[in-house]
Design a protein around this ligand. Sequence first.
Ligand code: SAM
Length: 261
Amino acid sequence: MSINAYLNVKNIDKMLEQPPQAFSWIGFDSVDNCNLHCVYCHNPRTKQMIDLEKFERFIHHHVLTIENFQIGCQMEPSLDKRMVGLLQMIAESPAKPSRQFKVHTNGTLLNRHDARAMVEAGLTHLSISIDTVNEKTFSELRGGAKLERVFRNVKQFCETCPEVTVQFIATVTQANVDEMDLLVHKGVAIGAKRFHFREMFHDPRSPIVDHQKMEKLLLPPGRFQRLKSEIEKNYGDQVGLFFVDSPAIRQYGKEAHRNSR
Ligand SMILES: C[S@@+](CC[C@H](N)C(=O)[O-])C[C@H]1O[C@@H](n2cnc3c(N)ncnc32)[C@H](O)[C@@H]1O
């Protein structure tokens, strides 16, 4: 049986104690930090970075087979100047995935990395977190990030690497739920082929998020299902559409963490 696992600076020593395994999916964060402070993000950060010798040991000696490898999961991979080098290291190891080789990023620093070198290392998918095409809502949700900059970077990437499947990940809240149709429309225009919609979750025990803001952002019951019907009706025959409600996001995260100890 192959498993899903999450690898990062905190658990790499534990992962190195495990025997070689077959993986369905590895989500990997080489840094423990992000350049944005999104209003709904529950993740604590540190300045730690993955040790290259340990990472190399893991991908060469602890992976039997793997279908999907994702760089960038809970943190921001483009903060790591070694990002392209990490893709190349994976490509030359048993951890080179047989299906999807993905980078998941907020897109703000994408222009600092060599896109063609990523493709040459085998990149198949680029996931970008974009919640809306409304500049003000984008900045409010994504900790002051500039929509224009992210869109420029994604457009440039799509032009440079047309063979990579570009997908948008939108975290859906009360503030942007009515802007999803336009997001898909504008995303398709610059080359995005898939759209993932994730209903925002809120953990009331979190010491990180502002709970008053979060309560206002939570979708009312049934709204996410209604969004799904609307978007499927308008775009279902044109692009790939994926919808994950908030209980499912949390369950998936817990499972990946359980397999990573
Ligand atoms: C934590 S981010 C880290 C990766 C990268 N730095 C980015 O911004 O996409 C991964 C994804 O989780 C989403 N996310 C963060 N907090 C969330 C929440 N409370 N509910 C649902 N999705 C959330 C983000 O919008 C993003 O698409």
